[in-house]
Design a protein around this ligand. Structure first.
Ligand SMILES: [Zn+2]
Length: 129
């Protein structure tokens, strides 16, 4: 339950293609019935968050952040580009490595603002925590 509460507390926004009632972290109370959005299980030990009709799994490896983008049915997607600003500092691009986006995590950083550009789709904004 701890992970669910954390995900629910995370502010998630979407700049384009916004669907307001989907701007929430994904937790046990999130159900859409059969079809898209029936699978919100982490695949890589991180937290699955929903931004619009997309899913982002953020995995904190301590010194490295991994970001996995997938569609409504959790099919993996490669972002057109992605960047992050830690603690309000300037944005850094994430690198594409082996089916995920990665970026070094600065020591002691507490906040992160991600921008993920989906191919033929919207620009996703994710603010943690
Ligand atoms: Zn979903």
């Amino acid at each position: 339950m701890k992970a669910i509460k954390q995900a629910g507390a995370i502010a998630v926004g979407l700049i384009l293609g916004a669907t307001p009632f989907l701007r929430y972290g994904v937790g046990g109370t999130h159900r859409h019935g059969a079809g898209p959005h029936t699978d919100h299980e982490p695949r890589h030990g991180g937290h699955v968050l929903m931004v619009g009709d997309y899913h982002l799994e953020v995995v904190d490896r301590g010194t490295l952040i991994e970001l996995y983008l997938s569609d409504a049915s959790r099919r993996p997607l490669r972002p057109r580009s992605s960047s992050v600003a830690f603690d309000g500092e300037r944005e850094t691009s994430l690198a594409w490595r082996s089916y995920r986006s990665v970026v070094p995590k600065p020591p002691d950083s507490t906040t992160a603002l991600y921008h993920v550009s989906v191919r033929n789709g919207p620009l996703l904004t994710l603010k943690l925590p």
